[in-house]
Design a protein around this ligand. Structure first.
Ligand code: GLN
Ligand code: ZN
Length: 768
């Protein structure tokens, strides 16, 4: 008998991002909803077939989504805030209004806030529960998709975000944490119970409830909240007509602190991440055992990296679980949503390189192979060509080390991580050197990457135009936006980043040690995808990267133009890191490469340099006890290493795409940047209280409007936002800027929004 295999979730955007194209086409009015629906249907059918062809036993359904699975869950529970209901739109349009805001004949509403999904670069929408929200089963999506698969002859395993994770991540209308009243718990549990009942009737065998929130540190009341919910849900697994098995799926870490409770509750299956949560989960299993009737779904095929699975290692893990229980299934460690679709078509990678990688489709094959191997005795494994072929990939001969990089790292001294003089002194010098007004206005770096910009890049790639012609086009774009910014009256200008396809890939292309793919897209938010490069070997700078265009932009204006770089921690976090050397070492190598660029920029006359660390918070370990020891203790110094060599009057900015750093506010200050900008318009402003309480030294620009939405904010609403900020921060330290870069926006909304922003800043400035 072979072991059951299970996939936690599968990418939904499509091998060629078909879903993105259909939905964006619909938003632009090029197609209709029927087209979107049929694209969705075709993708689901194809994804189920691929998994079935690869021999997966428990194939997920309802892991599909038009925008976000958290948003789907909110809609399933009836948590659609009144302002969206009032628009009176069709079902899908209401969903899109919640996801990206709506401005049109039916009204004007902003989108729900968006946050990063645990330690991934995927963003979920934060469900909002109003006092008037009536929680009740309000959508048929999970059932429709199950029926759709059944009609195709497949019994799938429906997957839903579980009630505990849902309630822990949902917020009240002011962004406040929920009060877990009995009525709320009861009504949420009742919906899930009803879902199980319906699935019994539909003939499902397993239902998977995802509870990744269980891998976080517990707060008071968490365990009892979890138990209250599931004590009400579990009985619904059986009724007069049949039964369904419930798989409690955890991922992204371990559940050592609550496993004893989980295993005592009688779940039919418990899914454990044995990649990211290896030690804690194994310790818990060994300590508490597994109760009768519970199958452990051992997550050994990682869903967070693109490297081949190390079969010997996975077999070791499965054997360890096998010593605790006979009831074992083999699973992906998390959803495969966070890896690209397949290696098919990656013919730019030579075979000796390519064989080191496995994307979602290839991971399905690994799942099957590992589960087959797990079933064999030692002799069978020794004779297995699959195992032997796999072990060759991990013999250490993959890359040759770069001795120059190693020497530079070995020579680093403590003073290389400390900029002189102290920041307060620098800020004083910079203020007079740069001659900026109070509440200086700026943007985060990029301007709209219009179809024309992308088309020119494609023409260059295809050889339809030469480098000279392309460069002339970029120069023209820079001239255009420099003039625009002068005309609008911004204080610190940017060159617009037109030459960059992506803030990580562009840098990677100019560094030694990186590899690139053609089509390895992963979803970031809504229909947005990113294509991270791969760290393959030791990293160093191959050539100056940004100097030319930054210096050009500065030569076209008397205003200060801000140079624009991607920081080392973000470079690593938004790439596929190596698994054979530490993240700390990879980040240090990156820091040295970017340090070279910073010094060259300064030498070319650039006076303000922004080093984006958009992804620094993202990889903060989920457990507080690991924050410093396994991350911040090397990540923050790596950032300091990048800029410690500049002159006192060179102003160093950084930018982060979120405001959730209350807990690490001192670490952010310790990056020792002169100025930081961050997202703030789509989140509550508690970060400002933290800034106040921590005597934050870094000057700060909390974003005054949301750039993830095409909505144009009015001058009045921005003024209100600025006033709110000034209520909490010293005006001498405040910068005025949008939440993030503008590359995903259109020209039509970008310029009016910035005009309103500058007008708002001027109006407030006049009243100071
Ligand atoms: N400078 C980058 C831009 O404006 C920052 C992007 C980001 O924070 N993700 O596009
Ligand atoms: Zn950003």
């Amino acid at each position: 008998m072979s072991l059951i295999t299970s996939v936690v979730g599968f990418p939904r955007i499509g091998a060629h991002r078909e879903l993105k194209k259909a939905i964006e086409g619909y938003w632009k009015g090029r197609t209709d909803l029927d087209e979107v629906r049929s694209t969705g249907r075709a993708l689901r059918a194809s994804h189920w077939r691929i998994q079935s062809d690869q021999g997966v036993d428990l194939i997920p359904s309802n892991d599909f989504s038009y925008y976000d699975q958290m948003l789907d869950t909110a809609i399933l529970l009836g948590a659609v805030p009144t302002r969206y209901r009032r628009l009176g739109l069709a079902e899908e349009d209401t969903l899109f209004a919640m996801g990206r805001g709506y401005q049109g004949p039916q009204g004007d509403v902003t989108a729900l806030p968006m946050k990063k999904w645990f330690t991934t670069n995927y963003h979920y929408l934060v469900p909002e529960i109003e006092d008037s929200t009536r929680i009740q089963l309000s959508s048929t999506k999970p059932f429709d998709e199950f029926k759709e698969a059944k009609e195709l002859g497949r019994i799938t395993k429906p997957v839903l975000v579980g009630p505990y994770t849902f309630l822990k991540l949902a917020r009240g209308p002011q962004g406040q944490r929920l009060d877990y009243r009995h009525e709320l718990i009861d009504s949420v549990a009742a919906v899930y119970a009803e879902v199980l009942t319906r699935f019994i009737d539909l003939g499902a065998e397993w239902v998977q409830l995802d509870e990744p929130y269980l891998v976080l540190d517990k707060q008071d009341g968490d365990i009892s909240l979890f138990k209250s919910l599931y004590d009400r849900i579990m009985p619904a697994r059986h009724n007069g007509s049949g039964a369904v098995k419930l798989l409690l799926q955890t991922y992204f870490g371990h559940v050592d602190d609550c496993y004893e409770v989980l295993q005592s509750m009688g779940f039919d299956g418990i899914g454990l991440d044995l990649v990211e949560g290896r030690e804690g989960n194994l310790a818990a299993l060994e300590r508490c055992g597994v109760s009768q009737g519970t199958t452990i779904f051992a997550g050994v095929i990682g869903g967070r990296n693109i490297w081949r699975n190390d079969y010997a290692r996975s077999l070791g893990l499965l054997d360890a679980v096998g010593r605790v229980t006979d009831h074992l299934a083999v699973s992906t460690a998390s959803s495969l949503l966070h890896v690209p679709f397949s290696l098919d078509g990656e013919d730019g990678l030579d075979e000796p390189v390519r064989r080191h990688f496995a994307f979602a489709v290839e991971k399905l094959g690994e799942l099957k192979e590992v589960s087959d191997l797990a079933d064999m005795d030692d002799a069978g494994r020794r004779a297995s060509p699959a195992l032997a072929g796999n072990q060759v990939l991990f013999d250490g001969s993959r890359v040759q080390a770069d001795p120059v990089v190693a020497e530079r790292i070995a020579a680093l001294q403590p003073q290389d991580f400390t900029r002189q003089p102290a920041r307060a002194e620098r800020q004083r010098l910079q203020r007079s050197a740069l001659g900026l007004p109070m509440l200086p206005t700026t943007t985060i770096g990029s301007f709209p990457q219009t179809a024309q910009v992308r088309a020119e890049r494609a023409r260059l790639r295809k050889g339809e135009i030469g480098q000279e012609e392309y460069d002339a086009f970029i120069a023209g774009e820079i001239d255009r936006v420099i003039a625009k910014q002068e005309q609008i009256g911004l204080d610190v200008l940017v060159h617009g980043e037109f030459e960059r396809n992506d803030m990580v890939e562009y840098f990677g292309q100019n560094l030694n040690g990186f590899l690139f793919t053609r089509n390895a897209w992963v979803q970031s938010y809504g229909t947005r995808c990113v294509k991270p490069p791969i760290v393959w070997g030791d990293v160093s700078r191959a050539r100056p990267i940004t100097v030319r265009w930054s210096a050009y932009a500065q030569s076209r204006t008397d205003h200060v133009v801000k140079g624009m770089l991607t920081g080392p921690v973000t470079m690593l976090n938004w790439s596929w890191p190596r698994e054979d050397v530490s993240h700390e070492l990879q980040t240090q190598q990156l820091a040295l490469a970017i340090r070279d660029e910073v010094l060259d920029l300064q030498a070319s006359g650039v006076k303000v340099i922004q080093i984006d660390e958009a992804a620094l918070r993202e990889k903060l370990p989920l457990r507080r006890s690991d924050w410093h020891s396994s991350y911040l203790d090397w990540a923050i110094p790596a950032f300091r290493l990048v800029h410690s060599g500049v002159d006192p009057t060179t102003q160093i900015h950084t930018h982060m795409c979120y405001s959730e750093f209350n807990d690490i506010i001192e670490d952010i200050d310790a990056m020792d940047a002169d100025v930081i900008s961050f997202e703030a318009s789509r989140s509550d402003l508690t970060v400002l209280d933290a800034i106040q309480a921590a005597h934050f030294e870094t000057e700060a620009g909390p974003g005054v409007y949301d750039i993830h939405s095409p909505r144009i904010p009015s001058q009045g609403e921005i003024e209100e936002r600025i006033n709110l900020i000034l209520g909490k921060m010293d005006a001498g330290k405040v910068w005025i800027n949008p939440d993030c870069g503008l590359k995903t926006r259109g020209e039509a909304e970008t310029w009016p929004s910035l005009e309103h922003m500058v007008a708002a800043a001027k109006a407030v400035r006049a009243r100071l």
